[in-house]
Write a protein that binds this ligand. Structure first.
Ligand code: URA
Length: 216
């Protein structure tokens, strides 16, 4: 299932437009904060499909029957661009467990690349709800590789992917490889360059959030 948060009018579209804007995106703090805000909005939307239980809460005047999340999800993100996005999800799922994955594109001379997965730290995943955030779902290969890796650590009951901008090709690839995953995205673009950048997209999310890197 794919949920495009831009299909309904909301502030998410405003924040996406600021992320894309070649002038506004020069302000790194605003860029990171906009990713964080989209993460917060996505967390709120995802919470609507998670299981809740009733809990009796003692107020100063009586007992209220409240609905609370039945269990804490695991929030996983792919370094480094995922960090501000992850923080947004964590601001709302504030008691969640967390997983960090370092996956990067190892470029070949002909412009092609493979995904190298270097570092993973994750909690128990068996029977858990796992929410993986990656601001740019481009080819989908790092996400699929991450999911394969996480599934070897334990079998999550449900996996959600959250992206600020997703590309149609990447969405199709993830759907083909991992049909049970739900994809939540801020917007969907149709084009991907030979180097795996989304068009019109926004550029390199990691560089915009944290500055240019020297590694290719
Ligand atoms: N990662 C980015 O930062 N931007 C893209 O367009 C694709 C992948």
């Amino acid at each position: 299932m794919v949920i495009n948060l831009s299909e309904q009018h909301s502030l998410v579209s405003n924040w996406i437009s600021e992320l894309r804007d070649v002038e506004i995106q020069k302000d790194r703090m605003r860029f990171r904060r906009n990713l964080e805000r989209i993460g917060e909005a996505a967390a709120y939307e995802i919470s609507k499909v998670l299981p809740f239980i009733e809990k009796e809460v003692q107020t100063p005047l009586g007992i209220a029957t409240c609905k609370v999340l039945k269990e804490q999800p695991v929030l996983a993100t792919i370094l480094r661009a995922g960090l501000p996005f992850h923080q947004g999800l964590l601001n709302f799922f504030d008691q969640a467990d967390n997983a960090f994955i370092s996956a990067y594109r190892k470029h070949n001379k002909d412009g092609s690349f493979e995904i190298s997965l270097d570092y993973v730290s994750c909690p128990e995943l068996e029977d858990r709800v796992v929410i993986i955030s990656d601001p740019m779902l481009a080819t989908g290969s790092s996400l699929v590789k991450t999911i394969h890796f996480l599934k070897e650590e334990g079998r999550p009951r449900e996996i959600h992917i959250v992206a600020a901008i997703a590309c149609t090709v990447g969405i199709e690839y993830v759907k083909r490889e991992e049909p049970s995953v739900t994809i939540w995205c801020g917007d969907i673009d149709d084009e991907l360059t030979a180097k795996g950048y989304i068009v019109p997209g926004l550029g390199d999310a990691g560089d915009l959030a944290y500055g240019n890197k020297v590694q290719m």
